[in-house]
Design a protein around this ligand. Structure first.
Ligand SMILES: Nc1nc2c(ncn2[C@@H]2O[C@H](COP(=O)(O)OP(=O)(O)OP(=O)(O)O)[C@@H](O)[C@H]2O)c(=O)[nH]1
Length: 127
């Protein structure tokens, strides 16, 4: 991993970069919702353009948020890992990515991101 702490101090992101602070590292446990057994459940990645509606889709579909309430959602600045366990048969994770990630950044670790991916939803414009 080429990430160096001094190059990307915490909270001081370079636009377009993909520092480990975004929360995708194997040891990361501080997503908004704590997730146990991160490696065992199928993972759905929500990626796409900035302000395209990724978080809105996730909140409306899986958390019964009313579409009107999504107007007040703030921009995602790190990966939000959400554990969906509706029953013992329906169990998976959704990783909601920040829209500003740069896939060509050298610190983007595609092995870690896509390694356990079951599906990828790329949102262009939810409207
Ligand atoms: N009119 C309309 N607005 C929507 C729709 N989906 C999302 N929005 C609005 O678009 C804005 C951005 O939505 P988010 O869900 O935060 O977008 P995001 O892709 O997660 O954004 P980033 O985290 O910045 O990448 C919000 O104000 C939403 O209310 C839709 O279907 N119709």
């Amino acid at each position: 991993m080429s990430y160096e702490e001094e190059d990307y101090p915490r909270g001081d992101y370079i636009v377009g970069s993909f520092p480990k602070d975004f929360g995708y590292g194997p040891d990361d446990q501080d997503g908004e919702i704590e997730v146990a057994n991160t490696t065992q459940k199928p993972r759905i990645l929500l990626m796409g353009l900035r302000r395209s509606g990724k978080s809105s889709i996730q909140k409306v579909v899986f958390h019964k948020m009313s579409p009107n309430e999504t107007l007040f959602l703030e921009s995602t600045n790190k990966i939000i890992k959400d554990d969906i366990s509706n029953s013992s048969f329906v169990q998976f994770q959704i990783w909601d990515f920040p829209g500003q990630i740069d896939f060509f950044d050298p610190t983007f670790d595609s092995e870690v991101i896509f390694g356990g991916c079951g599906a990828l939803v790329f949102v262009i414009d939810a409207q």
